[in-house]
Design a protein around this ligand. Sequence first.
Ligand SMILES: Nc1ncnc2c1ncn2[C@@H]1O[C@H](COP(=O)(O)OP(=O)(O)OP(=O)(O)O)[C@@H](O)[C@H]1O
Ligand SMILES: [Mg+2]
Length: 251
Amino acid sequence: MNKISIQNYSLQYSDGTESLRNISLEIPANQITVVFGPAGGGKSSLLRVLNRLNDLADVIHQEGNVYLDSVDILSNKLDVINLRRQVGMVFARPVVLPFSIRQNLTYGLEVAGEKDTERLNYAVENSLHKAALWEEVKDRLDDPAIALSGGQQQRLCLARVLALEPEVILLDEPTSGLDPISTGKVEASLQDLKRDYTIILVPHSVQQAARTADLAVFLLQGELVETARGEVMFTNPQDQRTEDYIQGRFG
Ligand SMILES: Nc1ncnc2c1ncn2[C@@H]1O[C@H](COP(=O)(O)OP(=O)(O)OP(=O)(O)O)[C@@H](O)[C@H]1O
Ligand SMILES: [Mg+2]
C-alpha cells in the first residue's frame, strides 16, 4: 500500500531556483524509500514538502498534489502541527536540547499535554529501544544529552521523533557525521523500524543508498530521473545519467 502520493509536484524558490520539477512518486508504507543524487538536486526540498517545512522557506510557486493516506497535505486548511506529528524529521546534524537525555524525549509529549509519568517513562524507554540506544544510556537517563557522542546524539534525535509516535520518518543524511559503527547501528535500527513506519531517507553516499533502499529514487537538478527497487537501481539502472552517477562519473 502507498502511504504518500506525490503527483506532478513542482517547487520554485523566490531566487528563481526550480528545485523540483513535475515530480510524481508513490511512496510505499513500511519500506525504506531512498532519495539520492548529487548536491542541489532537490532531495532536502522534497523531504521538506512532506512535513510542510517549506512553509518556512521562501517559496514563490508550487503546484501539483501531495497526499498522505488520502489527505491533501498542501491544503491551506491542513493542521500543520498535526502533520508534523505524523511526519517526523531527523536532520544531518543532531540538535539535542540542553536538557537531560530523558527530558529530550519527554519534552515534545509534555508540550502536547502529556502529564502521566508512567506513559512518559514508557515513551522514554520504548523510543530508546527503537533507536538502538537504550543499552548505552539506560543507567544515565538524567545526564545532560550534550554529553553523548555524536552517534549517540543522532540516535537520540531519532528517538525523540519516535517518542511522538509518527507514521512517517524523514531522515536527511542522518549519518553524515558518524563513524561506520554508529552508521551501522542507525542503518540496522531503520531495518527494524520499517515494520512500523514509512521511512524516507536521503543517504550520505551511494553505498548507503544501495545498502538501505527498498525503493530508490534518483533526483538530478530537480528532475526525477528514475525510480526502481533498490536491488534493480544499483545493479541495472535504466537511465544513463543514473548509471554515471552510481559509477561515480559525476556528482
Ligand atoms: N530555502 C531556499 N531558498 C532558496 N533556494 C533554495 C532553498 N533551499 C534550497 N534551495 C535551492 O534548491 C535547490 C535544491 O536544494 P536542496 O537543498 O533541496 O538540494 P539537495 O539535493 O538536498 O542538496 P544537498 O545534497 O547539497 O543537500 C538548490 O539549487 C538550492 O540552492
Ligand atoms: Mg540536502
